[in-house]
Design a protein around this ligand. Structure first.
Ligand code: S3P
Length: 184
């Protein structure tokens, strides 16, 4: 059983995911960090040298590998669930949880950010509003939606664990069921 965190850039997936993993005794991976360690460069550098389309291919390939993990909290890059077929791959990997952060908080957190190529140059608020509106319908298909507005990491982690408990139980049962040998 895995927990897969989706949501916009700077919505707290990595910090909340780490905290949740610690509390549940799960492993933690962040798909951006995983890709960066395989590439030996940062995502921002990769966008410049190879382009976004190439990054999205790697990201989609990774999304399909995640179902091999167990007892892991997976923080995904903000664009991962949006690529065709990826949301289904994430659902296969585990219970999908959307961290729903307020646009104003996202803009504030991204103001001094130089690591995220999608929001560099031009009007930050405009970019965030546009991308957010495009992606919200995708994120909202998650099994569980956790509202993060005005909450500290610890509080979000607690809410996430509480709100996901039922979905995790149901999922663990159906995983156990499909692992059983079928009687003739
Ligand atoms: C992206 C989000 C980033 C990273 C890349 C593209 C996006 O991850 O994957 O810069 O398209 O939203 P975070 O959501 O961890 O910032």
């Amino acid at each position: 059983m895995n927990l897969v965190l989706v949501g916009f850039m700077a919505s707290g997936k990595t910090s909340v995911g780490r905290r949740v993993a610690r509390r549940l005794g799960y492993r933690f991976i962040d798909t951006d960090h995983f890709i960066e360690s395989e590439l030996h460069c940062t995502i921002a550098e990769f966008f410049v040298s190879k382009g976004e389309a190439h990054f999205r291919e790697l990201e989609s390939r990774l999304a399909r590998r995640l179902s091999a993990l167990t007892n892991t909290v997976i923080a995904t890059g903000g664009g991962m669930p949006v690529q065709p077929g990826n949301f289904e791959a994430l659902r296969k990997a585990g219970v999908v949880v959307f961290l729903n952060a307020a646009v104003e908080e996202i803009v504030q957190r991204l103001e001094r950010d130089t690591r995220r190529p999608k929001v560099q140059g031009g009007d930050l608020r405009e970019k965030v509003l546009k991308l957010h509106a495009e992606r919200l319908p995708v994120y909202s298909q998650a099994d569980v939606i956790v509202d993060t507005k005005g909450k500290a990491v610890n509080r979000v982690a607690g809410d996430l664990i509480r709100q996901s408990a039922e979905a995790m139980r149901t999922r663990a049962q159906s995983d156990a069921q499909s692992a059983k040998p079928q009687s003739a």
